[in-house]
Design a protein around this ligand. Sequence first.
Ligand SMILES: [Ca+2]
Ligand SMILES: [Ca+2]
Length: 233
Amino acid sequence: MEINKNIYENTEVIKDNRSDSDSEDLYVVMKGELETQKTRNKKTERSGSRCSRLTAVCLGLLCVLLLTVILVLQTRYNSLTAERDQLKKEREGLQRRLSEMGEACRQGWRYFNSSMYYISTEKKNWNESRQDCRERGADLVIINSRQEQEFIRQTLGSIYAWIGLTDVETEGTWKWVDGTGLTTGYWDTKEPNSFAGDEDCVITGQLGSDSVLKWADCPCNDRFIWICEKILK
Ligand SMILES: [Ca+2]
Ligand SMILES: [Ca+2]
């Protein structure tokens, strides 16, 4: 605006100091110059405005990009934190389990397939034997598989020992100490036979030739050693 004002002022001065004809020519030239300057200024303004809009758009895009990166990093951080906490929990569980196993082994327990087994040295009847297991945080053994039966046979040898199976509630209906019914039994060939008339509790370790079929029903007040089982969690 200041430039335009000066041009107008200069034009007027020139007009005053020249002859009318020269003045008019000069006036036209100066006016043309002024219009050219105005046009140039408008172009410069439009160009500046476009540049500002472009800068604003770029900044906006940059902000969106940064926000996206922050969100992705936050999600990844949360996921890693949860994973770390889970691993920490698992490690603590393993350490606790190892510690329990170490202590149990020192007390004479043996480990097999996620369970610990205790074989007594003294003899008691079936109920007293079960009570002893419970006081040790366990129960009389429940034999869930052929592998478990083989492990017990190898550990025991041919000694008789109480297991956690009885039909004391209903004659002929064998149940484990956790209340589940018997599905697969490893009875000696002539058992169960209620030979003594009232044989409601089960031992393993019969002397038959088969290496796995070792069970027999016996009177619950007979006295044998017993096997406790503690399932590790
Ligand atoms: Ca078992
Ligand atoms: Ca029998």
